[in-house]
Design a protein around this ligand. Structure first.
Ligand code: RIB
Length: 302
């Protein structure tokens, strides 16, 4: 069984600020750094650092994409399916405040240049039973889901960012959703607009998508997994938070890696939560994602 991650590759411009800007406000940042990122690439790197052989598909721009391609290669992410298009790669303008929270503005660039022909070409390398990991930072997500389902691939979706384009997707074809609380509420539909507890939220999602498993990450409040009639709760491991960017992507990569390797769900959740905690204690997106050895050494007492 092979693993394909069809997703974004971004250059992240990270501005360290006292507080996240309000509309109309002007503020000087304290520092600016550039990191490789993008939900897609972060999740591929997390999968690879957790020990999974992953094929990444997506588009980079010929002006600035080499940096992203090199980052994938250095992390043993298979880059043969990544294509270069004219112009710029996707990028993100990220503010990180003093409490490590962020706000992210995306520029699509190459991530929005996916064509049907390219999707068909990529999926041509995969077979029934192979796994597809997807987020919502590239265009054509609806078509990718339909075409992969048609092939008999299993589909894991992190519906992030949760925007109008997802309305075109047939979520009944998804085997596993990975969501944060905001995405979870939107996926569950009306009636979950307020602060719901994790269990109620998962019940709401599972009422709509009965066949799918759901992993819900709730930051400091921990994470839930539900699938069939099984429920698991995992506490969050507290760390000195520096930058929460890519914490969810790290959880996703390690969670999916755990599922692929098999084993007890308690262990899979624990490893994913530990990996995410380490990512939060470091700056940047892709560079903050730990290797498996580091996750194994992360103490239980933390
Ligand atoms: O999930 C974090 C990622 O979101 C960042 O790396 C940024 O590029 C945006 O895609």
């Amino acid at each position: 069984m092979r693993v394909l991650n069809f997703g974004s590759l971004n250059i992240d411009y990270v501005y360290h600020v006292e507080h996240i800007l309000s509309p109309g406000e002007t503020l000087s940042s304290k520092q600016m750094e550039v990191f490789p990122g993008g939900k897609g690439m972060n999740q591929s790197i997390a999968l690879a650092r957790a020990g999974v052989e992953v094929y990444h598909a997506g588009m980079i721009g010929e002006d600035d994409g080499q940096f992203l391609l090199d980052t994938c290669s250095e992390n043993r992410v298979n880059t043969h399916l990544i294509r270069t298009v004219k112009g710029k790669s996707g990028h993100a303008v990220i503010q990180v405040d003093e409490t490590a929270r962020n706000s992210i503005l995306l520029y699509g660039g190459g991530n929005r240049r996916i064509t049907k022909e390219y999707v068909d070409e990529v999926l041509g390398y995969f077979d029934e039973g192979d796994l597809l990991v997807l987020q919502n930072e590239v265009n054509m997500v609806d078509y990718i889901i339909d075409a992969a389902y048609e092939k008999g691939m299993r589909i894991i979706l992190n519906p992030s960012p949760f925007d109008k384009e997802l309305e075109r997707c047939d979520f009944s074809k998804v085997s596993l959703f990975l969501v944060n609380e905001i995405e979870g509420r939107l996926l569950a539909g009306t009636g979950y607009e307020t602060e719901e507890d994790g269990e109620k939220l998962i019940e709401g999602i599972m009422k709509k998508y009965k066949e799918a498993g759901v992993a819900l990450t709730m930051g400091e409040k921990g994470a839930f997994f539900a699938g069939g009639d099984q429920w698991y709760y995992q506490k969050c491991f507290p760390v000195d938070a520096v930058d929460t960017t890519a914490a969810g992507d790290t959880f996703t990569g390690y969670f999916v890696a755990g599922l692929l390797k098999g084993g007890r769900m308690e262990t899979i959740m624990e490893m994913a939560a530990k990996a995410a905690a380490i990512a939060v204690s470091r700056k940047g997106a892709a560079p903050s994602i730990p290797r498996m050895e580091e996750v194994m050494l992360f103490g239980d007492s933390k």
